[in-house]
Write a protein that binds this ligand. Structure first.
Ligand SMILES: [Zn+2]
Length: 195
């Protein structure tokens, strides 16, 4: 089932997600619905707060990036298969130089901004079967994980830009909260006034 994506301005996007356990109600159905929702919106990642649940869960599928012919073959192959469910994730280390990438977010349609992040992370998490993993990830895959991880910490990419750029975006962000934006996927807007 495709779920509506929560738009910028909703307080749920600002909550720090809580850990969940195996007994979380209908977890496999929730993960399936999130995958369907992400695919439908042509996203490469989706975090639980974006569908209204303040829990430490996000999913990633970077395969759409594998068509980018500016990337090295090796990275393209990696991105084609980088599909993960991250539960109770914790980034234990971030290292390397900061690099810039033009980020977007399904909760903040029509806005893209350059964001600086470190290039390599070590992340501990459990998958959908609650099997433990510790993974070292770099490049574009790390970038997507860092963006989604921020969601379960209540952080949005628009928090990570200069105060000047934030001021320039203020009206546009407010319009998104009010539903004054067009998307090909269903959204839920916190300030939408129904007539
Ligand atoms: Zn996002």
């Amino acid at each position: 089932m495709i779920l509506p994506i929560i738009a910028y301005g909703d307080p749920i996007l600002r909550k720090v997600g809580v850990e969940i356990d195996k007994d979380y109600p209908n977890l496999s159905e929730l993960v399936e619905n999130m995958k369907e929702t992400m695919e439908n919106a042509q996203g490469v990642g989706l975090a639980a707060p974006q569908i209204g649940k303040a829990i430490r869960l996000f999913i990633i599928d970077t395969s759409p990036f594998s068509a980018d012919d500016e990337l090295e073959d090796e990275e393209r192959d990696f991105l084609a298969n980088f599909k993960r469910v991250f539960i109770n994730a914790n980034i234990v280390k971030e290292e390397g130089d900061e690099w810039v990438f033009n980020e977007g977010c399904l909760s903040i349609p029509d806005i893209r901004e350059d964001v600086f992040r470190q290039e390599k992370i070590t992340i501990a998490y459990v998958d959908e079967n609650f099997k433990k993993h510790t993974e070292v990830i770099d490049g574009l895959a790390a970038r997507v994980v860092q963006h989604e991880y921020d969601h379960i910490e209540g952080i949005l990419f628009t928090d990570l830009i200069s105060s000047l750029k934030k001021r320039l975006l203020k009206n546009k962000l407010e319009n998104i909260s009010k539903g004054k934006v067009d998307t090909d996927y269903r959204m839920k807007f916190p300030l939408l006034k129904r007539k």
